[in-house]
Design a protein around this ligand. Structure first.
Ligand SMILES: CSCC[C@H](NC=O)C(=O)N[C@@H](C)C(=O)O
Length: 645
């Protein structure tokens, strides 16, 4: 058996986005591997035949092929591929042949949907006509996005393209983005999400419908918060979508909604679940290729969707009369994507001991159908986490996990690393986490918890950090460390801490408020909530929401009082700062401020800058950079391990 190391990353495989063929006999899915020589990810579409069990690659090459979707008659498979540079729409016959490129948008395709007559509707940004100069003239607050870069002047619109390659024909227009098209069963209408308000601080999308005969666009549902992933019911009477009514805010449960295409009446079907739809469990061992939309049963009475519950993600179903049922059994799983066909669910499932593999579930029987990681994992010392619960000082129950080194013995004492997730409205859960396994395999116990502010424990819990960053969320984490440090096998003189994004903010906050940690690594972090308002791609709305409306001109003192930079002169813990130079979410200037402050104050610190990387370095950065990042984390802790009591 071999330990899991930073280099293990190169051998991991990620499967997801299963799609049934219309006859239900085959399933296509996306498999992503890492090409170490090229230092790149490669995604190909594979096809699993349910009768023969044969699993074969369907597309070839070194590019990223993703978002496969069968045409309604099953004769074509469309997918988005980077094989010609930017992500463009391709189509191929399902019985084989060469893929044909259907779109040539300079900035690529965002989303698409099949029409009944073998046409497709595509959401793509119009080519920028004014690219005469490389100077950027900016007139809106939303002019850049982490991981995308600068949006340019042209918004995203809908276009019709034909399988023979003709088109694209533009079908919506205006100075706002329009995405997520869904086609009515008769092919006459397309519903889509649109941001028809320009240049506002807080924008809330709505659902619109375009009539393809007349070109007229109607408002179908006036959004009051978030609206995404609309899907027509097979009988055309409803559109299901994900949304909430709380403005632009990630600190609420997004729910499954339906709107009647006749009366316009809209309601949430999943409110009683009190859980957010979709997968809110983070990991560094997933290569996301698709977001799952709601899936209707053929009778138009039931909808399938995923939701996050206490660190697990299950498939659920809900009827139009709001009866909710958990569909995937077991309690240790993170379903990242799924497809449904006549009573059978095909799903990609991560567990604490493996990145995602595909499963089929029929009549409560489960069959694993891919084993891409199995040979590797049979030769590795994988540690399986134990679920734990803690009581915060105000009595609230906090969930967490302890990951012990392989070969753990309770007679020994182990150093401990506290890992803090970002968001703050995301969560840790029952998935495979490469960084944590590397630490456990290096001899550390890893403690990770879901403090208040995390998703998956109800809306009251997720709102528990609003207006209180560095308050009760901090206490929840410290109370968990206190409890674990009392265990006989934990070396309380060797406690370490790390986290990314909001987890980096909290790491900075911690070293400024306690001296219990031997060393810290702060990643993609925030130290100044005041300057972040103007420099992050989301700062102008996110920071104000997270601090419960606090804004620069009225509440400057409060904002600074919740910023670690104010307390930098209390830091004694050695801090390594890891940051990506193209991070538009928690901009590089945050790391620079923290580094400069700690250096000036004589604290042991080191700044590690990753060029050509953004906020997602740990998840989809260049593979070699990801390995280097992990080496920096483990190396920093090892450097301080054991010495200086
Ligand atoms: C600290 S400000 C922005 C934090 C960011 N939240 C939303 O984008 C965040 O914490 N993201 C998490 C999910 C991360 O990057 O791990």
């Amino acid at each position: 058996m071999r330990p899991i190391t930073t280099q293990t990353l190169f051998s991991l495989q990620f499967s997801g986005d299963p799609q049934f063929s219309p006859d239900g006999q085959s399933i296509v899915y996306v498999k992503t591997t890492i090409n170490q020589e090229e230092n790149k990810y490669q995604s190909q579409i594979c096809k699993y035949d349910r009768k023969t069990g044969r699993d074969i690659p369907f597309t070839q090459g070194l590019a990223q092929d993703k978002l496969p979707k069968f045409s309604q008659d099953g004769s074509y498979l469309a997918f988005v591929s980077t094989r010609s540079g930017t992500p463009q729409l391709f189509v191929m016959l399902t019985d084989g042949g060469e893929p044909k490129q259907l779109t040539f948008f300079k900035k690529g395709v965002k989303s698409y949907s099949w029409m009944p007559n073998n046409q497709l509707v595509v959401a793509a940004r119009k080519d920028d006509a004014n690219e005469k100069s490389d100077v950027r003239v900016v007139n809106t607050l939303r002019y850049r996005g982490n991981g995308y870069g600068f949006y340019g002047d042209e918004p995203i619109h809908l276009w019709l393209v034909q399988v023979d390659g003709s088109g694209p024909q533009q079908i919506t227009d205006g100075n706002f983005d329009e995405t997520d098209p869904t086609v009515s069963p008769d092919g006459k209408k397309i519903a889509f999400v649109s941001w028809r308000e320009e240049n506002q601080v807080e924008v809330t999308p709505s659902l619109y419908t375009v009539d393809l005969d007349t070109g007229l666009i109607d408002l179908t549902y006036q959004g009051k918060g978030s609206v995404s992933h609309p899907v027509y019911s097979p009988n055309g009477k409803w559109i299901a979508f994900f949304g909430h009514e709380h403005g632009e805010d990630s600190g609420y449960n997004t729910e499954l909604w339906v709107v009647s295409t006749g009366s316009g009446e809209a309601r949430s079907l999943s409110r009683s679940l009190d859980r957010p739809v979709g997968n809110q469990v983070g990991t560094d061992a997933r290569y996301e290729t698709a977001e799952v939309s709601p899936i209707w049963d053929m009778d138009s009475q039931k909808i399938y969707f995923t939701a996050t519950h206490e660190g697990d993600v299950y498939v659920y179903s809900v009827t139009l009369d709001e009866k909710i049922q958990k569909e995937t059994p077991g309690d240790t799983q993170v379903v990242t994507s799924f497809s449904y066909h006549s009573g059978v669910i095909a799903y990609a499932k991560e567990t604490p001991a493996s990145p995602a593999e595909l499963y089929l579930q029929q009549n409560k029987e489960i069959q694993q159908i891919t084993y891409h990681n199995t040979p590797l994992f049979k030769s590795l010392t994988v540690s399986v986490p134990e679920r734990t619960k803690f009581q915060a000082r105000d009595g609230l129950e906090i969930n967490g996990w302890l990951l012990k080194p392989p070969g753990f013995s309770s007679d020994q004492r182990y150093p401990l690393v506290l890992e803090i997730h970002g968001g703050p409205h995301s969560s840790y859960g029952n998935t495979f986490l490469h960084e944590f396994q590397v630490l456990a395999n290096s001899g550390y116990i890893v403690l990770y918890t879901n403090p208040r502010g995390s998703h998956g424990y109800g809306e009251a819990f997720v709102r528990g950090s609003i207006g209180d960053w560095g308050g009760k969320d901090y206490e929840d984490l410290i109370d968990a460390v206190d409890a674990v440090a009392r265990l006989p096998y934990v070396d309380r003189n060797n406690l370490f801490v790390t986290g990314g994004s909001y987890g980096g903010y909290m790491t900075n906050w911690m070293v400024a408020h306690t001296h219990i940690f031997k060393a810290a690594v702060t990643q993609r972090s925030i130290c100044n909530l005041h300057s972040m308002i103007g420099t992050s791609d989301i700062g102008f709305w996110f920071n104000v929401k997270e601090l419960d409306g606090a804004d620069i001109w009225e509440d400057e003192e409060f904002i600074l009082s919740r910023s670690p930079i104010r307390y930098a002169n209390r830091v004694q813990t050695p801090v390594k700062i890891i940051h990506s130079e193209e991070d538009f979410r928690c901009p590089m200037e945050q790391a620079e401020q923290w580094f400069t402050a700690l250096k000036r104050l004589g604290v042991e610190t080191e700044l590690v800058r990753f060029p050509n990387e953004n906020h997602d370095l740990s998840r989809n950065g260049q593979p070699e950079h990801r390995v280097e990042r992990l080496d920096h984390i483990v190396g920093w802790f090892n450097q301080y391990l054991g010495n200086k009591e």
